[in-house]
Design a protein around this ligand. Structure first.
Ligand code: UDP
Length: 468
């Protein structure tokens, strides 16, 4: 009988999108797979839209939406940090998840997103092997496994710009650690998550070995999890989705532009800027004289909460006066959302200004585009260090840690990447990384072999199939 695997991506567009690609890999290798979702409406409007896109563009993948948790299961609903809310929400989904798994005729393994760590209890209850799909860089995993022991009780905020070193990771400033590490309660929850992950049977990573040789080596050599064995890690990426709207107006606009002439600016599923910052970007783009395609979202109000939807941006109000008219022959501003992968792979796109979310990073690299790194939230400042110092596939926007990135820097970096010798050398390095990614994915490549190895190990870890 074919094996059945259940994938549980938890929350977040950037976690769902690559997990659906993992589902397709399982299907390709002849396993049955179901992607289990929490009610998308409970998560956010953006997540609901991402679920709808994933379903529409992947008819071969089975999705199942769990019913809401029992009303009394989330009784500790005192206002708290959004990350703690996510952990609480996902913990409260254990009961519906268990019911669903019990309702299946058979299930052989559970693959979890890192935030779904409490679902390890569900796997234990059903005696199922449990794996993680880590949707960020191997270097992040190497770092976060080690973080609590490196901090040894120090407060991240107080460490300022002091340098911390981790096996397999370029030295980084404490100020580049995610802001969530400044909050004791959240740091404890995140440390608890990375403390439980090594109990899993293995960790699939959305990366490829030649992109992150040092980090993967450090993980495989057991240098990252202090005092304990590291489970097997399998770099099976880069898994990049391509399900965007192929008829979007911005693709027709790109059709009319010369090859590799357009800088694409896009800042993930949640990136927003203040009105002042939008003006600085606009001014920089205009002064650069280069072509650009820019995805703009409305600024957030001070009372914005995670999951709130943002209104469509009013471009006339947000852009400097006359900007849209003056740049209309060489620039296009898109409201809220673009089919990013399709844009990045268009022959007219020549560089990518990105917030360094890991999906965006892989999408840029596999399109062969130099990265202008402007980290905003989550682990993106750490990713910026990997990209700029480790992989050498991008340059940083210096002002990322200041109140605003100035128009002068936007102008300077856009010109540099499009028209300098340094920009050309960077483009050549990314072109080589793009080729290496394709090598890793093809039959017999490192990522293909890692997935086959994982399937073999999965076979061994499956005790007798759980039948209900
Ligand atoms: N994305 C997109 N269009 C947009 C913004 C984002 O298609 O206008 C997609 C992007 O291609 C990527 C995902 O949303 O697949 C964002 O994931 P990432 O890890 O880069 O960042 P996150 O949103 O998790 O911060």
């Amino acid at each position: 009988m074919e094996k059945t695997v259940v994938l549980y991506p938890g929350v977040g567009v950037g976690h769902l999108v690559p997990m659906v690609e993992v589902a397709k890999l399982f299907l390709k290798h002849g396993l049955a797979v179901t992607v289990v979702l929490i009610d998308p409406q409970v998560e956010s409007t953006d997540f609901s839209a991402a679920v709808a896109r994933a379903r529409a563009s992947n008819p071969s993948v089975a999705f199942h939406v769990l019913p809401p948790p029992p009303a009394d299961s989330n009784s500790n609903s005192a206002p708290t940090h959004p990350v703690i809310q996510i952990f609480r929400l996902l913990k409260s989904m254990n009961a519906p998840l268990l019911d669903f798994l019990r309702s299946l005729p058979s299930v052989d393994a559970l693959v979890l997103d890192m935030f779904c760590v409490d679902a390890q209890d569900v796997a234990a209850e059903l005696k199922l092997p449990v794996y993680y799909f880590y949707a960020s860089a191997a270097a992040d995993l190497a770092l976060f496994f080690n973080l609590p022991s490196k901090l040894a009780g120090s407060k991240v905020k107080e460490l300022g710009d002091s340098i911390i070193t981790f096996p397999g990771v370029p030295p980084l400033k404490a100020s580049d650690l995610p802001e969530v590490t400044h909050n004791d309660e959240v740091l404890k929850a995140i440390s608890g998550m990375f403390d439980r992950m090594p109990d899993a049977n293995g960790i699939l990573i959305n990366s490829f070995e030649s992109l992150e040789t040092r980090a993967v080596r450090a993980l495989k050599d057991g240098l990252c999890v202090p005092g304990r064995a590291t489970p097997p890690v399998y770099c099976i990426g880069p898994l990049v989705s391509g399900g965007g709207d192929k008829e979007h107006e911005c693709l027709r606009w790109l059709d009319a532009q010369p090859d590799q002439s357009v800088v694409f600016l896009s800042f993930g599923s949640m990136g927003t800027f203040s009105g002042k910052q939008l003006e600085e970007i606009a001014t920089g783009l205009e002064k650069s004289g280069e072509r650009f395609l820019w995805v703009v979202r409305s600024p957030r109000n001070p009372d914005y909460k995670y999951g709130d939807s943002l209104p469509e941006p009013d471009l006339d109000a947000l852009m400097p006066e006359g900007f849209l008219e003056r740049t209309k022959d060489r620039g296009l501003v898109i409201k809220s959302w673009a089919p990013q992968v399709e844009v990045l792979r268009h022959r007219a796109t020549g560089a990518f200004m990105t917030h360094c979310g890991w999906n965006s990073t892989l999408e840029g690299i596999t399109a062969g585009l130099p990265l202008l790194c402007w980290p905003l939230y989550a682990e993106q400042k750490v990713n910026k260090v990997h990209i700029v110092e480790g992989m050498k596939l991008g340059v940083e926007m210096r002002g990322y840690n200041e109140e605003v990135v100035k128009a002068e820097e936007v102008e300077e970096k856009v010109r540099w990447v499009m028209a300098s010798e340094g920009g050309k050398a960077l483009r050549e390095r990314v072109a080589a990384a793009k080729d290496a990614a394709a090598e890793a994915l093809k039959e017999g490549g490192s990522s293909d072999l890692a997935f086959v190895q994982f399937l073999n190990d999965l076979d061994t870890s499956i005790a007798p199939t759980v039948q209900h």
